[in-house]
Write a protein that binds this ligand. Structure first.
Ligand code: PGA
Length: 252
């Protein structure tokens, strides 16, 4: 992992009422987080404020699950970067496969969201990943390259810490199937090489690339042992403090 600081992120998706989110955040805080790792929680929008208060001063980062490229106005159902900053967010998950495949977000929209987030100092966690059909048709790298090329079109960053990439094979999300460590490492290296083509080399080598898709306490250690896996984006296993805590405390 060279000297990239691991990032373990919990994507709570459309789960938790405010009371449930508070309880989960409190249990995560109570268990403590190692200082040599970054931890991010991405609760639903309605719980950002409440979770933000609980994690304030702990070093745990607050993330949102989407952001609009516009600052304000007639965009029903959207949320802006200034609103997320106001709620205490420093990161935002973008281009998640559920946004792409269930809600029809395309690469252009994702690109605009990435630019909007960066313009306001939010760190995008740009998600990319192939479907099972695409993998079986040997199109994995073609799809990932398109998602990266278009998602990062005209994006400039001055430091590696301003951007995070999450590789989440769609067939591994919420299915209990995980990519093998070899598959994960192969893709992560491909992503890193692609980043080196569009950003300065010293920035590209430091950008964190997370793996996501059925990460759990039993597979996190092997995944994190891969050279180019710098963290995890965790869905299901992030909804229980005990399993998330084990993931944060991965051993390699
Ligand atoms: P999962 O979700 O861990 O439940 O597979 C990961 C994600 O979608 O970010």
């Amino acid at each position: 992992m060279m000297n990239r600081k691991p990032l373990l992120a919990g994507n709570w998706k459309m789960n938790t009422t405010v009371a449930e989110a508070q309880k989960l955040a409190q249990s995560i805080v109570a268990r403590g987080t190692p200082a040599d790792r970054d931890v991010m929680l991405a609760p639903p929008f309605t719980s950002l404020g409440a979770v933000g208060k609980i994690i304030s001063g702990t070093g745990i980062l607050l993330g949102a699950q989407n952001v609009c490229w516009q600052e304000k106005g007639a965009f029903t159902g959207e949320i802006s970067a200034p609103m997320l900053k106001d709620a205490g967010c420093s990161m935002v998950i973008l281009g998640h496969s559920e946004r792409r495949h269930i809600f029809g977000e395309n690469d252009d929209m994702v690109n605009r969201r990435v630019a909007g987030a960066l313009a306001h100092g939010l760190i995008p966690v740009l998600c990319i990943g192939e479907t099972l059909d695409e993998r079986e048709a040997d199109k994995t790298f073609q799809v990932l390259e398109r998602q990266l090329k278009q998602g990062l079109k005209d994006i400039k960053i001055a430091a590696a810490g301003q951007l995070v990439i999450a590789y989440e094979p769609v067939w591994a999300i919420g299915t209990g199937k995980t990519a093998s460590v070899e598959q994960a490492q192969e893709v992560h290296l491909f992503v890193r090489n692609f980043l080196a083509k569009i950003f300065e080399k010293n920035i590209a080598t430091q950008i964190r690339i997370l793996y996501g898709g059925s990460v759990n306490p039993d597979n996190v250690d092997q995944l994190m042992a891969q050279e180019d896996v710098d963290g995890a984006l965790v869905g299901g296993a992030a909804l229980q403090a005990e399993s998330f805590n084990r993931i944060i405390n991965f051993n390699i």
